[in-house]
Design a binder for this molecule. Structure first.
Ligand code: GTP
Ligand code: MG
Length: 171
């Protein structure tokens, strides 16, 4: 079993390609109200969770809500791919503004499995190259997360390790 130690008050960024199991992981380990999902915010601002043109507004709203939650002392989990430095920088900034530790949990599954999973979903429609690009961004992210300000970086590699992980909140 892998224990993921997380401060009781943290901003947790899930990091992983589409189909890596971020939303599944979030639902398993955190209360629904603790999880801010980019999909849900796209739906909130544009009535369509896949409307990429709504991303800037959706993330603006997500960052705002994350900030309000952290100000109120509530653990907050961000369920988005978080594969690009600029996306993560926004989260680190929100965490810093509220004196809260930013923590990353990386879910790294084989690309073929992620592809298989997304293909099986009616609500995901992108081509293989998009996933390959995400995978490249993930590889690059490894060396960057700590430098970007994430105080803890938990990496779960493969389905078994992800399945066996437990979150422990530190007081
Ligand atoms: P995006 O929202 O597209 O970025 O994907 P995601 O990372 O949130 O993945 P999600 O949790 O939605 O999982 C994708 C698919 O894989 C879903 O249909 C899940 O049911 C399946 N899945 C995720 N985690 C597991 C797992 O641990 N075991 C199994 N068997 N299936 C899983
Ligand atoms: Mg998801």
């Amino acid at each position: 079993m892998t224990i993921l130690d997380i401060p009781e008050l943290a901003l947790v960024a899930l990091v992983g390609v589409s189909g890596s199991g971020k939303s599944t992981f979030a639902a398993r380990h955190f209360a629904p109200s603790q999880v801010l999902a980019s999909d849900a915010f796209r739906a909130m601002v544009a009535d369509d969770e896949n409307d990429q043109s709504a991303s800037a507004d959706a993330f603006g709203a997500l960052h705002h809500v994350a900030g309000v939650r952290l100000r109120r002392g509530r653990l907050t989990v961000v369920d988005a791919t978080n594969l690009q430095p600029h996306a993560r920088a926004g989260l680190v900034q929100v965490a810093r503004e509220h004196d809260v530790l930013p923590v990353a949990i990386v879910l790294d599954v084989p690309e073929a499995l992620a592809w298989e999973r997304t293909q099986a979903r009616a609500d995901r429609d992108f081509d293989r190259q998009v996933l390959a690009r995400m995978q490249r961004d993930l590889r690059r992210s490894y060396g960057q997360l700590a430098r970007e300000g994430f105080r803890k970086v938990h990496v779960l590699r493969g389905v078994e390790e992800i399945d066996a992980a437990e979150v422990r909140l530190d007081k």
